[in-house]
Design a binder for this molecule. Structure first.
Ligand SMILES: C=CC1=C(C)c2cc3[nH]c(cc4nc(cc5[nH]c(cc1n2)c(C)c5CCC(=O)O)C(CCC(=O)O)=C4C)c(C)c3C=C
Ligand code: FE2
Length: 438
């Protein structure tokens, strides 16, 4: 293990509430580093919530620390900015720890709705770039959550290189996702060493968070790709109404919800018995960028759309009968004589009954990336699911090979990240991965 940039021994536990010199470099820009570090001896990263932020407040703040990371069972917010990061060549274990420490300090401030840096957006030294970019001033915390994930490449690259001395901490089940039928993945929106899922009720708050975390990462990591999302496509709490996806259907009805403690323990959280201590209480995040050919879908009849989904478009009840939250009956027969829920309907194939009981917590968002020269919208669903084992997603996605919805879908991006458990006061994100033995 190498030492810290300042030459001190690497204990793996950085000084809390301070950004590293390298983090300051990212915040201030190369021209201002000497000035800021030399002048202040290392500035505290966050201005107190509300200070210099007259319209903002820490109300609407979701606690950053806890047993599990926020942004999983947190009632799904309205907006998403998801970013995949690539660590730069030459970054070693100490620099990675330092980055995670800097991100932790910043994330704590951002989720409180506080400005970054002692001077924040507008009160710092006039000759230095501001330490906060400023576009979230006055917007408050907006229920921002920041969920951090570790890609498999952090433990072992495709060439078998163990860049950070983490290979022995690689969980046995953490294998790359296999290729699925009909995959049309674009390498520009696939994979990554680290991910950050930023969710908030205000899009500018989510974008501000990713933008500033990316600045802080300067010299250590860069954004490989990112995705904006709107109109959550899942409920993660019974307190929420079921939203709709861009096919116009209610999405997220049969989800594992925050109130279902047994379901979460059985299907979403990595159990206490897991051999890798750092992952206990964590989860796995699967992201799939799924393009939807909505112009073609819009020409399908209502009954055809409902047949494909297996639910009614209005209320979202199963085609076997009943209201939205009634269980589907896959044995039920329609008046025409065939199965009421078609054998290739999405909900039949995705249902736990068809998948050895496998369940996941879905937390995706709609997206529209402009339109093409033919006037077709670049629309889709940025699918996100959390599960205690990636095999759950693999099993369901393989089942969906027969899904009649596939005619309208193209999977164009993909990623899998291990989500370490939440952190206690004084810890940095993922600390147990670097400090505790397996
Ligand atoms: C591999 C997992 C899944 C992918 C990928 C996926 C894509 C996808 N889904 C919809 C629309 C709906 N999905 C619905 C239910 C549903 N979907 C999955 C899994 C994946 N979906 C599951 C596990 C379930 C629940 C099944 C059940 O237990 O009944 C529904 C119905 C409403 C609901 O329960 O949420 C819709 C609608 C789209 C448009 C899409 C890709 C773009
Ligand atoms: Fe689905």
């Amino acid at each position: 293990m190498s030492g810290t940039p300042s030459g001190e021994p690497d204990t793996g536990v950085p000084e809390p509430n301070r950004v590293s010199r390298r983090g300051l470099f990212g915040l201030l820009g190369s021209g201002a580093v000497g000035l800021a570090v030399g002048g202040a001896g290392g500035a505290a990263l966050a201005t107190a919530a509300g200070a210099g932020n007259p319209g903002g407040s820490s109300s609407g703040a979701v606690p950053f620390r806890g047993a599990h990371q926020a942004g999983i069972v947190t009632p799904a917010q309205d907006r998403l900015h998801f970013a995949s990061f690539q660590l730069l060549r030459g970054v070693d274990r100490a620099a990675l720890i330092e980055l995670l420490s800097d991100w932790t300090v910043a994330a704590e401030a951002l989720t409180r709705g506080a400005e970054l840096g002692a001077g924040g957006a507008a009160s710092g030294p006039p000759l230095a770039p501001p330490s906060d970019t400023g576009e979230a001033l006055g917007l408050g915390a907006a229920k921002l959550t920041l969920t951090f994930g570790f890609g498999r490449s952090l433990f072992e690259t495709k060439d078998g290189e163990d860049r950070f001395g983490l290979a022995e901490r690689l969980p046995a089940e953490f294998t790359e996702l296999p290729a699925f039928a009909f995959d049309l993945l674009d390498s520009a929106t696939t994979g990554g060493d680290l991910c950050i899922q930023a969710c908030a009720d205000d899009p500018q708050v989510a974008v501000h968070a990713i933008r500033n975390l990316s600045r802080i990462a300067m010299g250590r990591a860069r954004i490989a790709w990112s995705q904006l999302g709107f109109g959550r496509t899942s409920s993660t709490s019974q307190s929420q109404d079921t939203p709709r996806n861009l096919f116009g259907f209610k999405d997220g009805t049969a989800n594992v919800m925050a109130e279902d403690r047994e379901g979460l323990a059985e299907h979403i959280w990595v159990p206490e018995s897991h051999p890798q201590e750092w992952l206990r209480g964590g989860s796995y995040l699967v992201a799939r960028k799924i393009a939807m050919t909505i112009e073609t879908w819009d020409r399908a009849s209502l009954s055809e759309q409902e047949r494909i989904v297996g639910r009614t478009k209005g209320e979202g009840g199963p085609l076997s009968g009943g209201a939205e939250f009634d269980a589907p009956n896959f044995e039920a027969v329609s008046t025409a004589g065939g199965p009421a829920i078609a054998t290739d309907a999405h909900v039949r194939l995705a249902h736990p009954e068809q998948n050895g009981g496998a369940r996941m917590l879905r937390r995706g968002y709609n997206y529209v990336d402009g339109s093409n020269p033919l006037g077709q919208l670049g629309a889709g669903l940025f699918f996100i699911s959390f599960q205690k084992d990636p095999a759950t997603f693999v099993r369901v996605q393989q089942s969906l090979k027969a899904d009649s919805m596939n005619e309208y879908l193209r999977h164009v991006g993909s990623g899998l990240w291990a989500i370490p458990r939440g952190i206690s006061p004084g810890e940095y994100v993922g600390q147990a991965l670097f400090t505790k033995s397996a």
